[in-house]
Write a protein that binds this ligand. Structure first.
Ligand code: BG6
Ligand code: MG
Length: 211
């Protein structure tokens, strides 16, 4: 088998927190009178909280101080975490749970590679707090996707070189990060047709065909 490990993005791959990100950013954008819709939200996939805010504020007619931007990011995150608190193990689909277990039974090492600083909280909420062999997230990186740092960190934690790991992504920024790090990538969701990915899957269980 070519791959010895799989590194999964979290938001939009393992679980549907991307909808909560959208709702929280939409509330902030409406409050500031800035146009924001689901299409624009796709630009925020995979990028860090502060970079997401920067993209949203590009459509603003006025500029904001660093202090104001920090306050906006904190406000968004507080609302986002309120939404996350509704999550439970029921928010992990049977399809994702069974496919992860299948990969584990194949003897693969499994990791998360996410830009989110809320990764540990989310994994705990959906009952995967202890599941992965490694978790690299927004708390342990200085460059977020499309920089490959988070995936390189995850591979290092797994003790595997990039060419032996498959990265699974739903964001164009994430596909770019994977390829830049020397990983094969399986793309799905918003990034499904990204030509830089080696594999293109319609759904999570389709990842079985990438082995
Ligand atoms: C990524 C999401 O997983 O995490 C992005 O795709 C988000 O949309 C980023 O901006 C940072 O998330 P957090 O939870 O640290 O604000
Ligand atoms: Mg994602």
């Amino acid at each position: 088998m070519k791959y010895q490990g799989i590194i999964f993005d979290l938001d939009g791959v393992i679980c549907s927190t991307d909808e909560y990100h959208y709702q929280a950013w939409k509330t902030l954008a409406d409050q500031l009178g800035i146009p924001f819709d689901r299409e624009r939200n796709n630009l925020l996939r995979g990028v860090s909280r502060m970079e997401s805010l920067k993209i949203i504020l590009e459509k603003s007619e006025r500029t904001y101080s660093e202090q104001e931007k920090q306050a906006f990011a904190e406000q968004k995150n507080a609302l986002y975490r309120t939404l996350l608190r509704q999550m439970s193990p029921a928010d992990l689909s049977d399809e994702v749970r069974e496919t992860l277990q299948f990969f584990r039974d194949c003897g693969l090492r499994l990791a998360v590679g996410s830009s989110s600083k809320n990764t540990p909280f989310i994994l705990e909420r959906i009952g995967l707090g202890d599941f992965f062999d490694a978790v690299a997230d927004g708390n342990c990186i200085t460059h977020s996707k499309p920089h490959p740092e988070v995936f390189l960190k995850a591979a290092e934690m797994l003790g595997l070189p990039p060419e032996r790991c498959l990265v699974v992504e739903d964001a164009h920024a994430g596909v770019e990060a994977a390829v830049a790090g020397g990983f094969d990538c399986a793309s799905m969701g918003d990034a499904k047709d990204d030509a830089r990915a080696k594999w293109h899957v319609n759904r999570f269980s389709g990842l079985r065909g990438c082995l």
